[in-house]
Structures are given as structure tokens and as C-alpha cells.
Design a protein around this ligand. Sequence first.
Ligand SMILES: C[S@@+](CC[C@H](N)C(=O)[O-])C[C@H]1O[C@@H](n2cnc3c(N)ncnc32)[C@H](O)[C@@H]1O
Length: 253
Amino acid sequence: MEFFDYFSNLFGDRWPALLESLKGEGKATELRFGESFEPYYLDEASVFAARALGVCPGDSVLDMCAAPGGKTLVLASMLKGEGFLQSNDRSPDRRLRLSHVIENSLPEEWRKIVSVSGYDGVKFGLHRKESYSKILLDAPCSSDRHVLNSLSHLEVWSVKRVKRLAVEQGGLLASAIDALKPGGTLVYGTCALSPMENDDVVKRILKKRPSMRSVQIAELPSGADRTEFGVHILPDRCEGRGPIYCAKLEKAP
Ligand SMILES: C[S@@+](CC[C@H](N)C(=O)[O-])C[C@H]1O[C@@H](n2cnc3c(N)ncnc32)[C@H](O)[C@@H]1O
């Protein structure tokens, strides 16, 4: 199958162990913000990616592709009710789940500064130019761990599809950059294995948007790999966490 050939070539000797770990249990942590709120279980690598944005109370934050909402919970808990958080997702069904998660897992004083919207992410750069101090773009991606565990998804996986997704990710990233205030920070993330959806997307945008520079993320989880522009957390070396890729970018003041 194309999926196995492609990743076996990409990861070489590492692939058999990585493949086994991708089939195994993930490593989720419980997000719970008080006795009376619903717990939410999120992969620890996803928590790391959301925290990497370095949100502080008072920030104006956009979570551009936010549903079902795990990373939005992390961002809201960092804002602590000061500033604002726009949790956006284009899919109506997934947005319902997002609203439910915000409503049921966040205390009222943190929730009151969170708004849910349903725009196409590529529109933000035009309609919300230089509006946010921090942006998380957790982009739609191949979701390779999910693909591996679903025969129907494995059958439609192709390098061509990965390339198509990379083009879409590049469009969303350009839009996120244009919506970022001068001096602002952005985290681009995926749960994809291929560099085509990760470093390559970042590399291309850095050429097109000279106001942006890549920033090293400090204090990586043990076992995580540094890549040219970001961090790749893969389950074979990170006790089941991931896959998560994230890269941090800053806009010149
Ligand atoms: C990887 S998931 C986001 C996961 C989420 N950040 C979390 O932590 O729960 C990607 C999301 O992007 C949304 N999406 C896809 N294309 C989009 C677009 N053009 N604009 C906005 N959202 C989009 C999908 O509906 C999906 O919910």
C-alpha cells in the first residue's frame, strides 16, 4: 500500500518501531477546570503545541481551526478571563461540538471572553488584517495515526492528497500571518507525519512573508525531534504522545 511504502522510505530503520507505536495507545491527559465541569482528554503533545504559543492574560487570540476544542481549552486556561479568544471552525457539525466543549468544560469567568465563529480560515488575512496578538493554526491534515487505524482512510491515502493538503495549509498559514499584529506570535501545527505538511509548508511561507521569522520552542518533551523549523513529537520516542508537529513564528514589530 502506498502509505506504508512512502513512510517506510521516509523514516527508514525507524519505521517499524514508529508504526507499532502509532497502532498503540496514545497518551492523553485530563483537562479539568473544577469539580462541576466536564473533563476533556487531550494528547499531551497537543497540550504542548497549544502552550507553545505562550498566551498571556490580555492577549487577543485566534484559534483558527478550533474544533472539537481541546487546544482552545488550553488557550482559554492561559488567558484566565482577560483579553479575548476567537475559536473558529468552518465545519458546522464540529462547531457544535466545540460550543458544547467550551460551555461544559470552562468556568464562566474564563468562558465569557471566548467567542465561536464559523469562517473559512483563508478569509481572516483579508477581513481581520493585523488583528490578533497570538494565533494558533492547528491545520487540517492527513491525520496519519487515524488513517493507519482505518482501512477506508488507508485506501484513499496518497502522496497526491498530501500535496493537496499542503497547498491548503499554505493558504491558511498565509492568511493567519496576515491576520497577525506586528510583533505577534503564531504557532502552526499538524498531526501529520510527512514533512510536506510540516517544515515544507513553513519553509515556503518564510520565503513569501519576509516579516516572519521562525523561533525555537524551548523545553521540548523528552524524545521529541527538532526539525529545521519546529518540533516533531512522535509516539515511538515520546511514550505514545503524538504525532504532533509544531513551529513557532514571530512577526517583526
Ligand atoms: C486538526 S483539526 C483541529 C483540532 C482542534 N484544534 C483541537 O485541538 O481540538 C482541524 C480543523 O480544521 C477545520 N477546518 C478545515 N478547513 C478549514 C478552513 N478552511 N477554515 C476553518 N476551519 C477549517 C476542520 O473542520 C477541523 O475541525
